[in-house]
Write a protein that binds this ligand. Sequence first.
Ligand SMILES: [Zn+2]
Length: 414
Amino acid sequence: MEEHYSGRAQPGPETFESTGNDLREYIVYREAPGASPCAPIKQPPSYQFKPINWKTRKVDRQNLTVYFSLSRTEASTRLKAATRGQAMPNARFPTLELSECTDESLKFVLSRTDASVANALRRVMIAEVPTIAIDLVNISFNSSPLHDEFIAHRLGMIPLVSDKAADMNYTRDCECEDFCDLCAVVFQMDVEGQVEGTTVTSQHLQNVWFDPDTYPRASTVEPVHWSCGAEHPDPALDASASGIIIAKLKAGQRIKLEAIARKGIGKEHAKWSPVATVSYKSEPVVSLRLDELNNRLEVAQRQELLKWSDGALKWDARTNKLEYDDAFKYGRTALSNDFVRKCGEMLVQVGSHPSEVILLNNDPSRFEFFVESTGAISAPVVVVNAISVLRNKLQELQTSLRAETLDRVEHGLY
Ligand SMILES: [Zn+2]
């Protein structure tokens, strides 16, 4: 990572020998006291990066600021890069291109990265972006056909608007004794069945802390009643328009309860997951074994195929063979579905199997994502929050590695 080469370096008198140890190999460099630990170095001279034998050498804590474990090869590569004034060789900078964006769903292409990063992002979106959900239900009266646990489970599954979740505390970390408006939201519900029958829905849940002056966080939390907030449906046409159905009551039946919603993450329980689905797929890459194609097809067939190639192929008049056009080579055009189908048909006609000529692969550095929100947080915010969670995880790792190494150096363990 880029942060590895950071801070303003000062020339130091020490030179260390590279012998390696049980923690593989470390590199340290000396830094001016008070320098920002994350400011990138413009042109690091070679003396800033010194392999060190930790077993025999103690390092002054003041001067030791950056350390990391690398394989011998990586260390050597980075040392060479440092001498060329290049801070990070082969660095990749992932990019994200949006193709469709609404509050409910998002489509984007994540590129210039690999499957591990794409999958980390997907998993964090599912399991580690915090939202608010009903976690504790006190039922004081229930004569409905559903037993208490059933109702409590249904209440937990109702998505709650969680825009303020980032500002709230987890109850376990909060200083309050039981719960408070910094870590919870309280809802109440008291519904009695009418003669014609009554449907209990999420609309019946009343936020007790609705006053924004007294409860700036909790007052914004309310159930997400509809699957699409932009189109409030007509209750006359759609039974679900009045909210998410919890139970149906006959005349005289009653449900009275208090529900406490708390902040949590999908890893604890799926009800806290902000997404209904997150998926990604690699971008397909279609290419040809051109020499085989030219050998197997007749000249007339090749000329016919050229018309279907949509600028991806060109004709070499000298040899009467097909070649890739420059636009294809530079990634500006691709082989279309129609072309692949036509090419396959021609190959079958001459007795070949299409897979002998048409190569279907995936681009390992591009991923098409689809994110669908439950409504608790809008889909674009889910992605932004997930990236923030990932960054915090890496910073934690960096901090703990730093503390661990300093501790070891201080106690002479190297
Ligand atoms: Zn609290």
